[in-house]
Ligand binder design. Structure first.
Ligand code: SF4
Length: 633
């Protein structure tokens, strides 16, 4: 993608760095201003590149797949929550669209080094890592990094480069062993969920270190500064001036348990009743302090934790956020919080996605209980619910693909296909992605979101439906057509398809712009985003255009999936995730049952102007979004 630029570009470096590992070639390209104007950046520009550059049906772990690191126009600027980069590729876990977001300094540093986007293609013959030092790019031998954990790799790289100022994105042993849900790690934060770490491993690329001293040009600096101040004030006011520092996301465990929002025992229930007790232990024994993933954050959701002594002694580290802790407690009925903290720490060191790891272990325990797998097939491990030692041991085996870890490292869907014997009914996934720690039975917009999210059963890409349904967060969307959530029951099904469309078109914007999702949960709404992006880029972008860009990107990603064969049949949610919970506080609440999922899906397709039979965007819709050329798949 390259065109001569006739006018100065604000809000971007205007450069894309392309590294071909097969040929060890490095190329710098100018980005296309017209494409930037239509897609802005992040997962938008990433979708445009991926759709154009990889053919249908390729092997996600083959050299034809590309790893496309993207930033948004706000990444690395003063904008509220602007510490985010994304990576896009074809997922080895789902075989469809993969996007993964990561907070920290890495994305902003990439831009300060001079690049908005970094495309990795091909496959190195031997292990390599890439060093980007402002304009200079080197591909170096990574033989010494092989099989090392994430923190060991970071230490070795810093020693070798002899410069502490580099920011690193690395894979752990799980990425090297091609675990299909391996992450790319930036410190204690992750490009997580759909296996981008395995794609990086398949390219024999173990790390990318970046350092940069440049600046992002701002079109109207004073107006932008004012918009930044107003945005930060709004999110701080919305959180009583404290941000998310007091509880982070982990602090939501007791309330989500009470709401019936945490899948428990492989989704047999949506609550356990142990949320308060578990969190009390975490707060008293494990939590040291709040943390932020990058310097400018005013919300500070991060948790610095440890296990001081005992069997699960664990060093001080960043992690233990809501999803990870739920995955190693509620999912698997483990009430040993120290063991859960240890398991999340190990996942970060091995470079494993915590949600998928907890999900696939819950699946295995369910199979064991149901007599689908036996001790002879588990290398002698009794996969009993809540057995902390087994859980931690399985994390290790999955990361290294040892014994039963080999099958489980394929992800729940593939594992159930290999195991057979009815285990498919216990596989809690959509499009191959394991479900996270929120439950659509307590807020039905989330159910339709799980079925239709482009990367699979994800709660946050693009947005948490239950935040609207159960927590009554309207995201400032009432003036744009969303019904006031206070007027809608969380268990009602009517209207949820329609609202999901709007929540998705809005919720994808932080992933396009390069900002943190928690800021849009706390007051950074369309008017604030429009003012920030307009003053940054000098382009006049209003709220309606932002929603239109969100819709365009969402449809382009859907077309990527449709080209890979995704149709209505793939927009399901697992049967168990629709049924009345088998036990727990909500087992007597009949309204938990999702009765008319197909009708909700019809309503969603209608709102999206997608064909109701196939689930493919109509030609008219594609044309309206400027995507008419994709109408012929
Ligand atoms: S709220 Fe959390 S994820 Fe968001 S920018 Fe701050 S520390 Fe990072």
């Amino acid at each position: 993608m390259c065109s001569a630029r006739s006018e100065k570009l604000f809000g971007y470096t205007g450069k894309l760095l392309r590294v071909n590992l097969s040929e060890e070639k490095v190329l710098v390209e100018e980005t296309d201003t017209k494409v930037l104007r239509q897609y802005l950046g992040g997962v938008g520009y990433g979708a445009k590149l991926l759709y154009a550059e990889i053919p249908r049906g390729i092997d996600p772990l083959g050299s034809e797949n590309k790893l496309i690191f993207t930033t948004g126009p706000m990444t690395g600027t003063m904008a509220p929550g602007a510490g985010f980069a994304e990576v896009c590729c074809k997922s080895p876990l789902t075989d469809v669209w993969c996007e993964a977001k990561c907070g920290g300094e890495w994305g902003g540093t990439l831009r300060k080094a001079g690049y908005d986007f970094l495309v990795i293609e091909g496959k190195a013959k031997r292990p390599k890592y890439i060093v980007i030092n402002n304009g200079k790019v080197e591909i170096k031998s990574a033989t010494r990094l092989k099989s090392k954990t994430v923190s060991q790799k970071n230490e070795l790289i810093k020693k070798e480069i002899k410069d502490e100022k580099f920011e690193t994105a690395v894979i752990g042993p799980a990425g090297e062993s091609l675990v299909r849900f391996a992450n790319i790690m930036v410190g204690g934060r992750a490009f997580g969920r759909c296996g981008a770490g395995a794609v990086m491993g398949s390219k024999n690329l173990l790390a990318i270190a970046v350092k940069g001293n440049g600046n992002i040009p701002v079109a109207e600096p004073e107006r932008f500064r004012k918009a930044v101040r107003a945005g930060n004030k709004k999110v701080l006011d919305a959180t009583n001036g404290e941000g998310m520092a007091p509880g982070g996301t982990t602090g939501d465990i007791p309330s989500c348990d009470g709401l019936g929002d945490i899948p428990t025992k492989n989704w047999r229930s949506n609550s356990w009743g142990k949320g308060e007790e578990l969190y009390a232990h975490f707060e008293n024994a494990n939590l040291l302090r709040a943390n932020s993933c990058y310097k400018g954050c005013v919300l500070r959701c991060g948790r610095i934790a440890r296990v001081e002594s005992g069997k699960w002694k664990t060093p001080v580290h960043e992690g233990s956020e809501y999803e990870s802790i739920c995955a190693f407690t509620f999912f698997v009925l483990n009430d040993d919080m120290d063991a859960a903290v240890h398991a999340t720490y190990l996942c970060n060191e091995y470079g494993l996605d915590t949600i998928s790891t907890g999900g696939v272990i819950a699946f295995a325990m369910d199979c064991y209980e149901q007599g689908i797998i036996y001790r002879e097939e588990t290398d002698g491990l009794a996969l009993s619910w809540g057995d902390a030692e087994t859980i931690v041991e399985l994390v290790r085996r999955i990361a290294n693909r040892q014994g039963i870890g080999g099958i489980l490292g394929e992800g729940t869907r593939r594992a159930s296909q290999q195991i057979g014997k009815g285990s498919e009914m216990l596989a809690m996934e959509v499009k191959g992605l394991e479900g996270p720690a929120h439950d659509g039975r307590s807020g039905k917009a989330l159910a339709i979101m799980y079925g239709t999210a482009n990367r699979g059963m994800c709660h946050i890409h693009p947005l948490e439906g239950m935040a609207y349904d159960s927590l009554k967060n309207d995201f400032g969307l009432v003036p744009f057509g969303a019904p006031d959530p206070e007027t809608i029951g969380n268990h009602s099904e009517e209207g949820k398809g329609k609202i999901t469309k709007l929540l998705q078109d809005f919720g994808i914007l932080p992933d396009i712009l390069g900002i943190c999702k928690f800021y849009v949960y706390n007051g950074l709404h369309l008017p604030e985003l429009a003012e920030l992006i307009s003053s940054l880029t000098g382009w006049d972008i209003d709220e309606a255009e932002l929603l239109n860009i969100g819709e365009r990107v969402y449809n382009l990603q859907r077309m990527f999936n449709a080209r890979e064969g995704v149709r209505r049949k793939d927009d399901y949610i697992p049967e168990r995730a629709r049924q009345i919970p088998e036990f727990g506080e909500h087992s007597s609440v009949e309204e938990c049952e999702i009765k008319e999922y197909d009708q909700m899906l019809d309503e969603y397709y209608e709102a999206r102007s997608w064909n109701k039979e196939t689930g493919v965007p109509t030609k008219e819709k594609l044309q309206q979004l400027g995507l008419g050329a994709l109408a012929k798949l």
